[in-house]
Design a protein around this ligand. Structure first.
Ligand code: WTA
Length: 695
C-alpha cells in the first residue's frame, strides 16, 4: 500500500522549514528587503511582486491573465489543450481526438494526429526570420565559442538522420545517446526524432554497468558516443566505457557504435561495429524528409531512479511532450525574440531534454550550450559567460547556486559582482527545493533585485514544468514554487486521495491528465500503474512521489522532498535501493547494506551508507581503506554521482524483530540527531550506539 510511502513527517528536510506564512509583508522587487541574519525564518513573510518591466509585454501579464487561462482550462479542458496544440505545433495530419481516457491511466493525447518533432523544431522556422538566427552558441570547456544558425542546424540534423538511415536505423528503433554536452548530442537527438527512432540519452557520468543495463532494457540497435569528453580541463574517456558496457554482454540488439571524435586522442576502434562521425556522414545529403509519426509515438525513453533497485525507463510521447516544451518556454520563461536563453542542465537529464534539446528550438530561441563545469577555470565561469554572451534567461539548479555562493564567500574574485549581469531578465531554478537563503543570494547578487526567479517544480515523468511562478504575473515567495500552470490540477492529499487543507502537509498529486505526462515505463506497464496511479487513490490520479504543503493565505505550494526511497543529490535522482544493490553486489566483502540520505549544505542531500562486512567490523585506517574501496565500487557499478559521502560500518543493522531494517533510525543517525523515536521494537538496540560512533 502507499501508506508505506510515508517516511518521516513532510518537514524532514531542514533546509526547507515548514513555516506556514503568517501576515505577509508586501514588497516589490525594486526595494531591497530588510537584511536579516535569520532570513530562513522571516522569508515566508516576504513577497516579491513582479516588477513593472517584467509584466509589460509579458505573454501572461498579471494574475488576472493567469486566472483567465486557468478558467479556460477548467471550463473545457479538451478545448483548451486542442487550441494550444493547434496554435503551437505544426501537424502533418490534424488530430480530431484530444484525449482518450478509455484505458486510463494509459492516457493518449491527440492520438489520430501526426507530426514530426524535428520538423517542428527546425523546418518550421525556414522562411521565417528565425531561419538565419543563431540557434546554438556553443562554449567549449576551454572557452572556444562556435555558433550554429537554425539553417545550419537543420542541415546537420538532416545529414545525421541520413547517416542513421544508412546504418539501417528506422522508425521505432531505439538509439542510445552517450555524449558530452555540445551541438553533436543535440543533433543526434533531433536526428532520431526526424526518422522516428526513439532515443534514450544516458548521462556521460554513468558507468559501463549502468549503460549496459540501459542498452539491454531499451533494446538499442545503436549507441552514439564520443571518443572523449572534456570537463574541467580534463579529457575523460567515453567510448572506452561503451566498450566496457558491451563487453559485459547481453547487448544482443546492438549493431552500430557511432563515434564523434571530440579530441585528436587515439581510441580503440572495433572493426565492423564502430564508425566515426566523419565516416558515417561522408557523402550523406543535407536534405532528409522528416518522417511523420503518430502523436503518441515514443519520442524518447529516459531512465530515472525509483524506489526499487532497477531504474525506470520513463517513456514520453511526441505530440504532447513537444507541446509542453514549447508552451513552457513561452509561459514560464516568457521567451521573446531577442532573448539569449541558457539552461545549464546536461542533455542526459530531463531538464536538458525539455529545455536544451527541444523547447528552445521549438520556440525559435537562441540558446547557449556549455560543455564544461561551473568551477573551471574558476568559480566565476557562469557569471563571466552570462556577461560574454549577454544571457537574458538563466536556468540552473540550487546545488550550483549553493556551491557558487560558497566559492564567492571564500574568494571575492569569483563573486558575481565582478561581472556585468545587466543582460539578465529572468532567473530560473530546477531540480530540488531552493532554500530561502540561496534564493535571496540569487535574487540580489545575480538578478540585481530586478529579475523574477521562476522556481520550477517538475519531474522526468511530467515532461516539463507543472508548478511554477510566471515571471510577469506571480508574486514570488522565496522557497515556494507557487502555483500550478493553467490546466494542471495539482493537489495535496492523504493516502486515500482525500484533499488535505492548506497549511497541512501531504502527498502531491495531479488529479487530471496533461499532455506531456509519462506514458508508461518501458517494458513495465504494471510498474507504471503501481508507481504513479495507486489503487488506493482510485487508480487515475498521478502521484508525484513528493511531499508538499500549501500556504494558508495564498495556496502556494512548497515542496518538502521525496516521500519514497529516492534521494536528490545535487539535483540528481538516486534510488537508495540501487546503491544498496550495488554495495551488496561486492560479494567478497559486503554482507548487508542500507542507504539513506542526510541533509547537506551544498548538495541538498548526501548519500550515507551503513555497511556490514563479511569480516569483522573495521576501524581506523582499515575502515578508511575499505570505505574508499566501496566508493570506487559504487562509482563503477552506477557512476561517480552515486558514491556514498559517508560510510559507516556496524556489526549489524538496526532491525525489528521481524527482520526489517529501521531506516528512520538510520536517517537520524546519519544526520547526527539524538534518537527520539521508539526503539522498543528493535531486535538489537545496542547497535545504535555503535553506528552513531562509527565513522
Ligand atoms: C525534485 C528534475 C523542489 C522533486 C526536473 C522531484 C524539486 C524531483 C523541484 C524530480 C523544485 C524538482 N522544488 N523540488 N523546483 N524540481 N524537484 O526527475 O523531488 O530529475 O520529484 O526532474 O526533483 O527530479 P527529476
Amino acid at each position: 500500500g502507499i501508506g508505506r510511502l510515508w517516511r518521516s513527517p513532510v518537514c524532514a528536510k531542514p533546509h526547507i522549514p515548514c513555516i506556514v506564512p503568517r501576515a505577509t509583508r508586501r514588497q516589490t522587487m525594486s526595494t531591497s528587503p530588510a537584511s536579516s541574519a535569520i532570513e530562513s525564518v522571516l522569508v515566508e513573510n516576504r513577497v516579491f511582486n513582479p516588477p513593472a518591466a517584467a509584466v509589460q509585454g509579458a505573454r501572461i501579464a498579471g494574475m488576472a491573465a493567469y486566472q483567465a487561462l486557468c478558467d479556460e482550462a477548467e471550463r473545457d479542458p479538451q478545448a483548451f489543450w486542442a487550441r494550444l496544440a493547434r496554435e503551437n505545433l505544426a501537424w502533418t495530419r490534424p488530430f480530431t481526438r484530444v484525449l482518450d481516457e478509455s484505458n486510463a491511466p494509459f492516457y493518449r493525447w491527440f492520438d489520430d494526429g501526426q507530426l514530426n518533432v524535428s520538423a517542428n523544431c527546425l523546418d518550421r522556422h525556414m522562411g521565417t526570420p528565425v531561419e538565419g538566427k543563431t540557434a546554438i552558441v556553443f562554449e567549449a570547456d576551454d572557452g572556444t565559442v562556435t555558433r550554429v544558425s537554425y539553417r545550419e542546424l537543420l542541415a546537420r540534423v538532416a545529414q545525421f538522420a541520413n547517416a542513421l538511415k544508412a546504418q539501417g536505423i528506422a522508425k521505432g528503433d531505439r538509439v542510445v545517446v552517450y555524449m558530452p554536452m555540445g551541438v553533436e548530442g543535440i543533433v543526434a537527438m533531433q536526428a532520431c526524432a526526424r526518422i522516428g527512432a526513439t532515443h534514450s540519452v544516458v548521462f556521460g557520468g554513468f558507468s559501463a554497468k549502468a549503460l549496459q543495463e540501459r542498452i539491454i532494457d531499451a533494446g538499442a540497435v545503436a549507441v552514439v558516443t564520443a571518443n572523449y569528453q572534456l570537463r574541467g580541463g580534463k579529457e575523460l574517456p567515453l567510448k572506452a566505457i561503451v566498450d566496457d558496457a558491451l563487453a559485459l554482454g547481453g547487448c544482443d540488439t546492438l549493431k552500430t557504435v557511432l563515434v564523434y571524435e571530440r579530441t585528436p586522442t587515439a581510441w580503440n576502434k572495433v572493426a565492423g561495429r564502430d564508425k566515426t562521425f566523419a565516416e558515417a556522414l561522408a557523402g550523406q545529403s543535407t536534405d532528409c524528409a522528416p518522417v511523420p509519426v503518430d502523436a503518441e509515438h515514443p519520442l524518447f525513453i529516459l531512465y530515472t531512479s525509483g524506489s526499487t533497485g532497477k531504474p525506470k525507463g520513463v517513456q514520453h510521447a511526441s505530440g504532447g511532450y513537444l507541446l509542453w516544451a514549447k508552451l513552457t518556454m513561452d509561459w514560464t520563461f516568457d521567451l521573446r525574440p531577442d532573448d539569449v536563453f541558457w539552461c545549464t542542465a546536461d542533455i542526459g537529464w530531463i531538464t536538458g531534454h525539455s529545455y536544451v534539446a527541444y523547447g528552445p528550438l521549438a520556440a525559435g530561441a537562441t540558446q547557449l550550450v556549455f560543455e564544461g563545469v561551473p568551477t573551471f577555470p574558476h568559480a566565476g565561469r557562469f557569471w563571466q559567460m552570462i556577461e560574454k554572451h549577454q544571457v537574458s534567461i538563466f536556468y540552473t539548479a540550487p546545488t550550483a547556486i549553493r556551491s557558487l555562493i560558497k566559492a564567492a564567500d571564500t574568494d571575492e574574485k569569483v563573486h558575481p559582482k565582478n561581472w556585468n549581469l545587466q543582460s539578465l531578465r529572468i532567473l530560473g531554478s530546477v531540480g530540488e527545493p531552493i532554500n530561502p537563503e540561496a534564493w535571496m543570494w540569487y535574487h540580489r547578487n545575480v538578478g540585481g533585485e530586478r529579475c523574477p526567479i521562476v522556481d520550477t517544480f517538475w519531474q522526468t515523468e511530467t515532461g516539463g514544468h507543472v508548478i511554477t511562478p510566471l515571471p510577469g504575473a506571480t508574486p514570488l515567495v522565496p522557497g515556494s514554487c507557487t502555483l500550478p500552470l493553467p490546466g494542471i490540477v495539482a493537489a495535496i492529499v492523504d493516502e486515500t486521495g482525500k484533499d488535505i487543507p492548506n497549511g497541512a502537509g501531504g502527498m502531491l498529486v495531479i488529479k487530471r491528465p496533461w499532455p506531456s505526462m509519462i506514458r508508461t515505463i518501458w517494458n513495465d506497464p504494471e510498474r507504471f500503474k503501481k508507481a504513479y496511479f495507486p489503487e488506493e487513490m482510485g487508480g487515475t490520479i498521478y502521484l508525484a512521489g513528493d511531499g508538499a504543503v500549501r500556504s494558508v493565505d495564498r495556496g502556494y505550494f512548497r515542496i518538502t522532498g521525496r516521500i519514497d526511497d529516492v534521494l536528490n543529490v545535487s539535483g540528481h535522482r538516486l534510488g537508495t535501493m540501487e546503491i544498496e544493490s550495488a554495495l551488496v553486489s561486492k560479494t567478497d566483502l559486503v554482507a548487508e547494506a542500507a542507504v539513506v540520505g542526510r541533509p547537506d549544505d551544498v548538495t541538498g542531500e548526501a548519500v550515507c551508507a551503513f555497511v556490514v562486512l563479511k569480516r569483522s567490523r573495521p576501524t581506523g585506517e582499515e575502515a578508511k581503506a575499505i570505505a574508499a574501496e566501496l566508493r570506487a565500487w559504487v562509482a563503477k557499478e552506477i557512476g561517480p554521482i552515486a558514491k556514498p559521502k559517508d560510510i559507516r560500518f556496524g556489526d549489524n543493522l538496526p532491525k525489528t524483530r521481524s527482520g526489517k531494517i529501521m531506516r528512520r533510525l538510520l536517517r537520524s543517525i546519519a544526520k547526527g540527531e539524538a534518537i527520539t523515536q521508539d526503539t522498543s521494537t528493535l531486535e538489537n538496540p545496542a547497535i545504535l550506539d555503535q553506528l552513531a560512533q562509527a565513522n
